[in-house]
Write a protein that binds this ligand. Structure first.
Ligand code: 3PG
Length: 218
């Protein structure tokens, strides 16, 4: 897959997703019921973060047992994480940041990948490596929609998935921004609901979000 089609594929995935839950899975046995609960609520594109020891096994279980889920990996911090992500068959990778080492490895990899940026310089580094679709992180804490609009001045063609501080109250405002393809966040799968196996509650929250949120226009 060349660089353009890799990025186009990711843009399509994000556009179709509208909302991408950021998942932190502590217990392997939660992975499949959680993915099923999200998919049942209409949320299919999932970011499993590499923040827990079971993350890789959890993503593998979701991929093999929940075929309607589109499973990507988040919290990719270095080239090793990228290799592990590709090897497990994830559909995409996301990073909170953009180091030169990671960008170089991601540019050479076949995995559709979105680096994280919060400043113009980080964005320029990502663009120089061919990544025009980026995660804006932490979105609310880095200045919110005002900061995104300011960045879109010199970089009008960037495509953004903001995460960090996004929830039911502000997701629609972010999705209305012309550069935003999808929003990400942990609000659709609260740690307490996962811990207590409140799968019905998670499905209901997803249904509500998917009903109320308008997909990105771009
Ligand atoms: C991420 O990695 O994208 C964030 O941790 C998600 O942020 P949130 O917990 O504020 O949604």
């Amino acid at each position: 897959m060349n660089a353009t089609s890799k990025q186009e594929r990711l843009a399509d995935l994000f556009r179709q997703a509208t909302v991408i839950p950021v998942l932190t899975i502590e217990r392997l046995e939660d992975a499949v019921p959680l993915a099923k609960a999200l998919v049942a609520g209409g949320v299919r594109t999932l970011e499993v973060t590499l923040r827990t020891p079971v993350a890789i096994e959890a993503a593998k279980a979701m991929i093999s047992e929940v075929p309607d889920a589109i499973v990507g990996i988040g919290t990719i911090l270095n080239a090793d994480d990228l290799v592990r992500t590709e090897a497990l068959g994830a559909k995409f990778g996301i990073s909170p940041g953009a180091t030169p080492e990671l960008l170089k490895a991601a540019a050479a990899s076949r995995l559709p990948f979105a680096p994280g940026i919060a400043t113009a310089s980080e964005l320029m580094l990502a663009l120089a490596h061919g990544f025009d679709l980026v995660k804006f992180f932490p979105a609310e804490q880095s200045g919110g929609i005002k900061a995104l609009r300011a960045l879109a001045g010199p970089f009008p063609n960037i495509l953004i998935c903001p995460t960090g501080g996004i929830g039911e109250a502000n997701a629609a405002s972010w999705l209305a921004e012309p550069n935003v393809l999808a929003v990400g966040g942990s609000w659709l799968c609260p740690a307490a609901d996962i811990r207590n196996g409140n799968w019905a509650g998670i499905t209901a929250m997803c249904e509500r979000a998917m009903k109320s949120l308008k997909p990105a226009s771009r």
